[in-house]
Design a binder for this molecule. Structure first.
Ligand code: T1G
Length: 703
């Protein structure tokens, strides 16, 4: 047997033991081991049943995603092996625990019977990788649980628990206990009961099990979801093929799977799968670093951010105290949290008991000595350096020794705030994105003196509260906002030259951006954007260019704050953005005041290049300055925090696909045609050197 698969005898039961840590992914060795075990079982009539069991924390969690880029990759061997498993003439059972996902679920479905332990999760997450179940999941699952639920699970990629799996008929039994023992007991009952093989592939899906227009509707829905789920259409077609004879459906699934596997979209999404996990790793961190225990949290400031941040910890069951300066502010903050939870309960996402459990974990105080026992304290006061320095100085005194002090600043210098505490080794930035209880991205900012165990502890806390954490060094705007700044700069220059907000947004939304720059800032608040620019100017960070971000500052002056005031770059009919001639007039007046020539020939490609290429160039600078550890980290920041489309893999992944030489050439082109007095178009040294060596950003490693 190969080292990852063993066949063990337990009386009349042959146990196929898969041991391929960490998640028992289906490597070539595992598949070969399964085939060899079937040979042995078929040849030995003393066995009365076959039990599939996995060692470690989970049953098979899917195909080995690292193998999908191999041109020789194929699911056919695995699929044939599953067919052999299902065809065995004696009962075949699977005992399930952990996360039964993708190819693991397909393995379970090829067995005749299935038993699970109570906390097992089930899912078909292939859609999140831009593919579809390629080992008959689209054919067997509809036959087992019906087309509608099967399509829902495969198209959404959502996980269900053991109870739901039992109810749906995915498992026959849910039994507490050590998985192997549960499996053996289950198999013994099958033998004693003379259970017959039960093959899903032999079942049929009745055509009238769904309404006549079911698949037409499903294809329409898939077309709407395409931007986020590029494999949505093929998933519908594959599930629809389950209405055909099994062999025909199998062939259709195989074709549709392969089409997706080799697609740029799926390669981009698979890149992000690993990039997200790489981002959690801190280079040079000793393996044995001792993490600090975070059992209680304090948050200074119960505003929108503070309340949203507090919810993350309450959701993870961590008691949290919120500090405010007035009872009214405290009541308002906790009231907002409660209304957020109640809104989730109204949508069925939480029970009212869960709302109360989470609210019970939150308490407010006007006395900051209530923070004295907290293991982690996060300041989330107004974005003003003087105020934050005062708060940090106070926290340096109030927080117990060993407590971690974090600042939620989005642009200010974390090192300055760390020094203000008098204990900079305990200080780190935790930049949450608004709304803090929703956005997955968390930028963890390592200060010059942040101690390694503080950084590692906060990265672990981030995982615990369900955030995607990316480490950033200290610079203006860290990774995301620093790159967004050049993106917004060009959006406004284009506007002053005559491009309309809808054209600017439309160009990048056509690439799959969830929201273009104008709609994004109108939603976040023109006032927020303008104040950031003004603060940065005060800090001496702006180029000596009077026309720099002139539009957002003018809109701010005029009280046009975006959605919240009914007008910003757009006018608003409720939440619907509408072109506003006043914005055009403002832009034209600013252009005249700054001597910017009006043009009527600004095309989509120019908008895309002028928005994205400086953003990519800034990302390259962030890499070469050591602000970000790796290109994939930057891709995660933009896909998890700024609505960059997963199927484009993030800005630096996209840059590699466009080609760095082409990007460098276009940056130089704009330097020529627009002039480059402030260095806006200067190609970063890293981009230049990679382009010259015909290398990619993904080839770059921090030296
Ligand atoms: N392939 C390869 N490596 C994987 C992997 C996979 N499927 N799943 C996890 N890993 C690695 C991961 O990169 C990390 O590595 C380590 O395992 C721990 O993962 C044939 C074609 C199971 C819920 O999409 O959702 O089946 O960083 O940090 O938080 O039709 O892993 O330690 O070096 O995520 O406890 C379908 C993907 C594949 C499941 C556990 N399956 N995995 O979460 O650990 S396509 C999936 C997960 C397929 C079939 C089709 C999660 C998890 P490292 P982790 P975790």
């Amino acid at each position: 047997m190969t080292k990852t698969v063993y066949l063990q005898r337990h009386g009349a039961i042959a146990v196929l033991l898969i041991a391929n840590p960490p998640v028992n992914a289906l490597s070539a060795e595992v598949i070969a081991g399964l085939a060899a075990a079937l040979d042995a079982f078929e040849a030995d009539r003393s066995y009365a049943a076959f039990l599939v069991h996995c060692e470690g924390r989970t049953f098979v969690a899917g195909g080995d995603i690292t193998t999908f880029d191999d041109p020789k990759f194929s699911t056919s061997l695995y699929n044939r092996t599953l067919a052999r498993l299902e065809a065995l003439d004696r009962p075949v059972a699977a005992v399930l625990h952990g996360s039964v996902l993708g190819g693991g679920m397909e393995l379970a479905l090829s067995c005749h019977y299935r038993v699970a332990t109570p906390r097992t999760q089930f899912g078909m997450p292939e859609v999140k990788l831009g593919i579809l179940p390629g080992s008959l999941g689209t054919q067997r699952l509809p036959r087992l649980i019906g087309v509608a639920l099967a399509l829902d699970l495969i198209a959404s990629g959502r996980m269900i628990d053991s109870g739901a799996a039992l109810k749906a008929g995915i498992v026959d039994e849910v039994t507490e206990g050590v998985p192997l023992d549960v499996g053996l007991d289950f198999a013994k009952v099958l033998i004693a009961g003379l259970a017959e093989p039960r093959r899903i592939s032999a079942q049929k899906v009745s055509p009238d099990s769904v309404p006549a227009d079911f698949f037409t509707q499903a294809l329409d829905d898939a077309a709407r979801r395409k931007a986020f789920y590029p494999s949505a259409r093929n998933i519908v077609l594959a599930v629809q093929a389950s209405m055909l004879p099994f062999a025909e459906g199998e062939a259709i699934e195989a074709r549709l799977f392969e089409e997706l596997r080799v697609s740029p979209e799926s390669k981009a999404m698979r890149h992000l799968f690993f990039a997200e996990r790489q981002a959690a790793k801190i280079p040079g961190l000793k393996k044995d670093v001792l993490l600090r225990t975070i059992a209680s949290v304090g948050i200074v400031g119960a505003g929108t951010m503070g309340g949203g941040i507090a919810m993350n910890f309450a959701n993870a069951g961590i008691p949290t105290v919120l500090i405010e300066t007035s009872q009214a502010a405290l009541d308002r903050g906790l009231g907002l949290v409660r209304s957020n939870y109640e809104a989730s309960a109204a949508k069925g996402r939480l029970t009212s008991a869960e709302v109360e459990q989470r609210m019970a974990l939150l308490r407010g105080s006007l006395d900051d000595t209530a923070l004295a026992d907290c293991d982690l304290v996060i300041e989330a006061v107004f974005e003003n350096m003087d105020l934050k320095r005062q708060v940090c100085a106070r926290l340096g005194k109030v927080c117990k020794p060993g407590a971690i002090i974090a600042t939620n600043t989005s642009t200010l210098d974390v090192d300055v705030l760390a020094e203000a505490t008098g204990r900079p080794a305990d200080v780190v930035g935790m930049h949450f994105f608004s709304p803090a209880n929703v956005m997955r991205l968390l930028e963890v900012v390592r200060g010059a003196k942040t101690s390694p165990d503080v950084l590692a502890t906060v990265m672990q806390v981030a995982h615990k509260i369900g955030k995607v954490a990316v480490v950033s060094g200290v610079c203006y705007g860290f990774i995301g906002n620093r790159m967004a700044e050049v993106y917004m700069r060009e959006a406004e220059f284009l506007m002053m030259e005559g491009a309309r907000p809808a054209e600017i947004d439309g160009a990048v939304e056509g690439l799959g951006m969830a929201m273009g720059p104008c709609r994004m800032l109108d939603m976040a608040g023109i006032d927020v954007g303008a104040k950031t620019v003004i603060e940065y100017g005060k800090a001496g960070g702006l180029p000596p260019d009077d026309s720099y971000r002139a539009v957002v500052q003018k809109l701010f002056e005029l009280g046009r704050f975006g959605q919240k005031t009914g007008a910003g770059y757009y006018a608003y009919d409720g939440r619907k953005p509408v072109a506003d001639p006043e914005t055009v007039r403002i832009s034209q007046a600013l252009a005249a005041a700054h001597g910017i020539e009006q043009r009527s020939d600004i095309g989509k490609q120019e908008i895309i290049e002028r928005l994205l290429y400086p953003l990519i160039n800034e990302g390259a600078k962030i890499l070469e300055e050591g602000i970000a550890y790796r290109p994939g980290d930057i891709d995660i920041v933009w896909t998890a925090g700024y609505g960059f489309p997963d199927h484009q893999g993030g800005p630096l992944w996209m840059a590699d696909r466009i080609g760095l030489t082409a990007i460098a050439e276009r940056l130089s082109h704009y330097a020529k045609v627009r002039g480059n007095p402030f260095g806006y178009w200067t190609v970063s040294p890293l981009l230049t050197s990679l382009a010259q060596s015909d290398l990619r950003l993904s080839d770059w490693q921090a030296s």
